[in-house]
Design a protein around this ligand. Sequence first.
Ligand SMILES: NC(=O)C1=CN([C@@H]2O[C@H](COP(=O)(O)OP(=O)(O)OC[C@H]3O[C@@H](n4cnc5c(N)ncnc54)[C@H](OP(=O)(O)O)[C@@H]3O)[C@@H](O)[C@H]2O)C=CC1
Ligand SMILES: O=C1CO[C@H](CO)[C@@H](O)[C@@H]1O
Length: 330
Amino acid sequence: MILSKIRTAVVGLNMGLEHAHAYKLAERSELRWVVDLDEERAAKVAEELGCSYTTDWTSILDDVDAVSLCTPHHLHAPQALQAIAAGKHVLLEKPLANSEQDCMNVIRAAEAKNVTLMLAFVVRFLPAIRKLKEAVDSGQYGRPVSAQGWVEAYLNPVPGTWFASKEKLGGGVLFSHGCHYIDILLYLLGEPARVSHFGTRVGTEWMEGEGTSHGIIEFKSGALAHLVSSWGMKYKKTPAKFQLHMTEGMLELDNSMWKVLAVSKSGTETLYERPKEYPVRPGQNVLFEIEHFLESIATGRRPETDGHEILKSHRTIWAMYASLGVPVNL
Ligand SMILES: NC(=O)C1=CN([C@@H]2O[C@H](COP(=O)(O)OP(=O)(O)OC[C@H]3O[C@@H](n4cnc5c(N)ncnc54)[C@H](OP(=O)(O)O)[C@@H]3O)[C@@H](O)[C@H]2O)C=CC1
Ligand SMILES: O=C1CO[C@H](CO)[C@@H](O)[C@@H]1O
């Protein structure tokens, strides 16, 4: 079905604030509602963006075509199922759900209702990541040998919240934050073959899941990847976010995620840098994924980060957790 303007709503207004700004920027969307349990917050955002607000997201389903769910992880599956049952297209913040069974339930429900289900893996849609993919696939730099990624941050302790609960978060920092780079690694390097993982709570004892994670993936191609994810690195400032060493060169993503360098026998080349038309403004980073979601709805095409695609990277993480440092065959 081709809709002229897709009527949208955003539920949960912390990360969801970015979605709301992006829906406001996107031509295909008419942002109609913002929803948060905190009425004052919802009212403030609604006033800024010129839409309606409520604290009860289920009351607006008749008035929208699509909804972004930007709520705590343990609510993703039940809320997605409810929105899908009402025939709404869903852009779900990561993760899809905290268990494989819940993931499958959401995927099957969306297929049965013939609605678009997309996972909001914002990093995947950044132009720099597209450029990295193009460079890897071009063959110009040879074959992937070794990738290193760093997802290092410091999270102010929030004990007693859903973030601190392993059950509600669905794991630790790897599942909640490193997941972006597990997705990128699979996107760039293909099918994983074996994984291994260590996690620690040292320095992040306020949370039940691991606050620092070291994971290794061996790909079917033979390439290796090492990902460090952490919410406990108060003083670390990495110059690079991601490096991929190839047989004929090296590709590097900088910490802003808006610059890609290539090093090869012909020297160092900037493959991509943030252009002037992408100023830093609220909603800009997620605009690419929001536009992909709206286009998928309008055209009926499968979104790139649909449930099946994302379940592959969730399974990789679950296998890493199961490995406890010992390689586990996937
Ligand atoms: N891709 C990215 O870069 C990021 C993604 N995220 C993802 O976004 C999602 C939300 O995370 P985050 O924003 O950090 O979480 P927060 O807990 O900070 O914000 C969630 C918001 O949702 C509200 N909320 C909770 N339940 C409901 C409900 N039933 N109806 C309406 N509003 C509700 C909360 O209200 P209240 O506080 O009153 O409970 C809160 O304002 C997660 O899936 C997370 O993984 C988060 C950060 C970055
Ligand atoms: O990328 C991200 C940034 O950090 C958040 C936590 O503060 C994560 O949940 C999120 O996925």
